[in-house]
Design a protein around this ligand. Structure first.
Ligand code: BTN
Length: 331
């Protein structure tokens, strides 16, 4: 049934100016007109606005901002990332599901998405608020051909891919706070959680979990993070007077997957240095005084550089230089 729905939608999209008759659809698909009608009703329930006329057939009038694999795959020109996409209306955490798929041997580049996560997870053991229909909650399974020392680079690369996609799709200039928080005017709009499985000192697979606040209003964030969090919608309205409803999440997801494939190719070709240089262009951390918190420890210094392994180089006031691989940074 899913395949039938997909073909009907494709056909309707190809002729948005015109009606497509039920007979034509049933002939193309080799199913009854009742089956076509059932699929049309399902699409309507999902939010597609389709005009039905007993004489002329069906005409697509509006595509909703929903997440399904065929909306994302439409025009996706990647070879690896997003060839398999699993979408859920609700799930505990897309990272958990992606991990299960990876353990069962799913392909490199498999993507998991959900409208709502009931137990979204963030970095450093925190929870990640994942409201239904408001964000992009996505995990990607990667099987990179690199050693453990390059794992951090993959995380930096994912942040670069997201920033490039924001720019391409919405014209938004976002910054990256080390290692991989994407910020707009100092407020977090996207977080990335990388989880890894190792076997004999080798990366078995890596799960890249990306959470993007898309259309939240300020009041929809939990009170305790309201001063630190933002959404693409809030930013677009404030800065460009635009409404987020003119953009579709599926379009942004597609752009992220293509950008990700480009940086992933570079990593697999051993060009980590290029990624680091690209990351530095968008960094809002370098050159600033930073406070680093890691477990019980806290120290301050100037963020001087990021090395080829993605470590942040911080020079403390007493001249000591520290290389930081993990932790929370406040600028
Ligand atoms: C952070 O703390 O900054 C990272 C947040 C990562 C959230 C995403 S949403 C999709 C994926 N599934 C999860 O449970 N977490 C990540």
């Amino acid at each position: 049934m899913i395949k039938v729905k997909e073909v009907i939608l494709k056909k309707l999209k190809e002729s948005t100016q015109d009606y497509v008759s039920g007979e034509e659809l049933s002939n193309i698909l080799g199913v009854s007109r009742t089956a076509v009608w059932k699929c049309i009703n399902e699409l309507k329930k999902e939010g597609y606005v389709i005009d039905s006329s007993s004489k002329k057939g069906y005409k697509l009038c509006y595509v909703p901002d929903i997440i399904n694999s065929w909306e994302i795959k439409e025009g996706l020109g990647t070879r690896i990332i997003g060839q398999n996409i699993h979408c859920f209306s609700e799930i505990d955490s897309t990272n958990n599901y992606a991990k299960t798929l990876a353990q069962k041997g799913c392909d490199d580049g498999t993507v998991v998405l959900a409208e709502h996560q009931t137990q979204g997870r963030g970095r450093l053991g925190r929870s990640w608020d994942s409201m239904g229909g408001k964000g992009i909650w996505m995990s990607i399974v990667l099987r990179p051909a690199v050693g453990l020392e390059d794992v951090q680079i993959i995380t930096l690369a994912a942040a670069v891919a997201v920033v490039l996609a924001f720019k391409k799709v919405m014209g938004i200039d976002a910054g990256i706070k080390w290692p991989n928080d994407i910020v707009l005017d100092g407020k977090k709009v996207c977080g990335i959680l990388t989880e890894m499985s190792m076997e004999m000192e080798r990366i078995n697979f890596l799960i890249l979990g990306i959470g993007i606040n898309f259309s939240h209003e300020e009041s929809e964030f939990p009170e305790e993070i309201r001063d630190r969090a933002t959404s693409l919608g809030i930013y677009l309205k404030e800065k460009k007077g635009m409404d987020i409803s003119r953009f579709k999440r599926s379009h942004l997801i597609r752009a992220i997957l293509s950008e990700l494939e480009e940086v992933y190719d570079m990593i697999n070709e051993g060009k980590a240095g290029v990624i680091v240089e690209e990351w530095k262009k968008y960094s809002v951390t370098l050159g600033k005084e930073v406070v680093i918190k890691y477990r019980e420890e806290q120290y301050t210094g100037i963020a001087q550089d990021v090395d080829q392994s993605g470590r942040l180089i911080v020079k403390q006031d007493d001249g000591t230089v520290r290389e930081i691989l993990s932790g929370e940074v406040s600028v």
